[in-house]
Write a protein that binds this ligand. Structure first.
Ligand code: ZN
Length: 559
């Protein structure tokens, strides 16, 4: 089934060929002008139309309606427009070639075991005139697979080709073809097809096959075929045979096992915008959805490379048309315009570094998370107006927000600007709360403090005890500052996991997203006199605090 579509929709004429315009034009001109060469070499990636064009050429040079034929069939000549090099497809020779019945079109697959024998036969029969056609056409596919002996035999024939013979050699590996052969041929370099062209053809095929297929699904098929029409058609055939008459992007994604390009570009943009939280949240969502991280890292790397090329010179983007739709390319150019080359290179280096560690880490996403944090912390964020444009993309702030927003000391020193941008973001958040009119004030915080201690207890008993030793100092924007007398308690409370719990519980009590900042204030330490005065309650609290602190540290009281 997989190659059925390819055969069914194979171009029958030059005018039906998609892409390879320069080749079609040159070959067409040679036919129109009656200047037919004796040896052609078609080189290029698989599935780009080499054999199809070889067959079309064989038909065109032999068509009874051919302009160069003195005894041309008058009727056929009329059918064949003088401006076109296309064969008529109706005459006896066209039909015999299309049916594969003609003895004068000899196709040899040099990759097969019979290839060598075929070449030997070729030497013996090449001088014999064609049986019914004007030209005997030898199409030798995968010519680089020929043995040294076979190449020599072929070379001898190419040196003095009989006038009725045309050779069309095709190869995917030109570097394996001897220079002596190459130099005797007219060489044509086939290129991968632009994604847009492949999509257009796939879309036409789907319509003819009565299948509805989502545009995004066609894009994915075309992209994964990497510019080869045969592979694209074969993939489409497989998918059509598996699915019903209505193919969705989701189904294709599952079949191809590819990482969604949109997803990759979304994460890439977040990295460029220094949106650490967003990028990590997306990464974790991907892990939860069961994506393969190694494949993802490769896709992300590819995306960053493409951005890098665009940043070096937009003309380098021309090559990208064979890897993405023009719509995707347009989006990428916009992203590139907002990026800086050093930042992109830094991201690429970090992903490369992480790539090899993905499978080595117990937590597969950890290597990428570290790379993401480094990538978003070492460079200043883009200008704020630009950042706003993507703001709609940022969904609700994740819980992890507060842990990550705090620049790690390692990067603090590297870039003061990065710290500034964090400050800016914080101010933005604060401003957001002020705008919404729901920002809690100091009284709200103090009045709800007891409730925090109660609500947090079931989640973390020790944390509740630690908090009971804290005092609310102030609230600025969304940041609540609490003080404790002891550095040791401050450290425990500032521990990301603990702080996250506190912020989470308190945010839901206050119905507003808040941050907690813990400071040390030695003046809060209970004075010995006070302790004695209020012995019953204080002592109990202190000892519970001690055991809680030990619990948190995993220690025990040594008596
Ligand atoms: Zn014809």
């Amino acid at each position: 089934m997989s190659n059925t579509l390819y055969r069914k929709y194979r171009p029958k004429n030059f005018s039906e060929v998609i892409g390879q315009a320069h080749i079609v034009r040159t070959l067409g001109n040679s036919i129109r002008n009656g200047r037919i060469g004796h040896a052609y070499l078609f080189t290029g990636p698989r599935g780009t139309g080499k054999t199809s064009i070889a067959r079309i050429f064989a038909k065109a040079v032999n068509c009874a309606a051919s302009a160069s034929d003195e005894g041309a069939d008058a009727e056929a000549s009329i059918r064949r427009s003088e401006a076109k090099a296309d064969a008529c497809l109706e005459c006896k020779s066209c039909k015999s070639i299309a049916d594969g019945q003609s003895l004068d079109i000899i196709e040899i697959d040099a990759a097969s075991n019979t290839g060598v024998d075929n070449i030997r036969e070729l030497r013996e029969t090449v001088s014999l005139p064609p049986t019914s056609l004007r030209y005997k056409v030898y199409i030798i596919d995968e010519v680089h697979m020929l043995s040294g002996g076979a190449f020599n035999a072929l070379l001898k024939t190419l040196e003095e080709p009989p006038s009725h013979v045309i050779f069309i050699l095709a190869t995917t590996e030109i570097h394996k073809v001897p220079e002596t052969i190459i130099s005797r041929c007219q060489r044509f370099d086939f290129t991968r097809l632009p994604i847009d062209d492949i999509i257009e053809k796939l879309s036409a095929i789907s319509t003819k096959e009565g299948v509805t297929i989502e545009k995004e699904a066609l894009e994915m098929i075309a992209i994964s075929a990497e510019g080869g029409m045969r592979d694209a058609e074969s993939l489409l055939g497989q998918i059509i045979s598996l699915e019903d008459k209505n193919v969705t992007a989701k189904e294709v994604k599952e079949i191809l096992g590819t990482t969604d390009r949109e997803f990759v570009s979304m994460i890439a943009r977040k990295l460029i915008e220094n949106d650490t939280t967003g990028a990590i949240a997306d990464l974790n969502k991907m892990v939860a959805d069961g994506y393969d991280l190694t494949t993802f890292a490769k896709s992300l790397l590819t995306y960053m490379r493409e951005l890098m090329l665009l940043l070096v010179d937009e003309s380098l983007g021309q090559g990208l048309k064979r890897k993405m739709t023009s719509e995707q390319l347009e989006i990428m150019i916009k992203v590139a315009q907002k990026s800086e080359l050093p930042k992109i290179i830094e991201i690429i280096n970090l992903i490369l570094e992480a790539q090899g560690k993905i499978s080595a880490f117990l937590i597969p996403q950890l290597a990428l998370e570290i790379a993401f944090i480094k990538a978003t912390r070492t460079f200043p964020a883009p200008a704020r107006e630009e950042k706003k444009e993507y703001k709609t993309q940022e969904t609700k702030k994740e819980k992890t927000d507060n842990i990550i927003k705090e620049p790690s000391p390692a990067y603090d020193s590297k870039s003061a600007k990065s710290k500034e941008s964090v400050k800016e973001t914080e101010n933005e958040i604060a401003a957001d709360f002020a705008d919404s009119g729901t920002a809690p004030d100091i009284d709200d915080v103090r009045n709800n403090w007891k409730r925090l201690l109660v609500d947090i207890r079931p989640r973390n008993h020790s944390l509740s005890a630690l908090l009971s030793n804290c005092q609310v100092m102030k609230i600025e924007g969304s940041t609540i500052t609490c003080a404790t007398a002891y550095e040791f308690y401050r450290e425990k409370l500032a521990d990301p996991a603990n702080r996250l719990t506190v912020e989470d519980v308190f945010s839901s009590i206050l119905k507003s997203k808040i941050r907690i900042d813990i400071v040390t204030d030695k003046s809060l330490a209970p004075k010995p006199a006070e302790e004695n005065a209020d012995e019953n309650s204080k002592e109990g609290e202190q000892s519970s605090l001690l055991s809680s602190a030990l619990e948190l540290m995993g220690g025990e009281v040594v008596a």
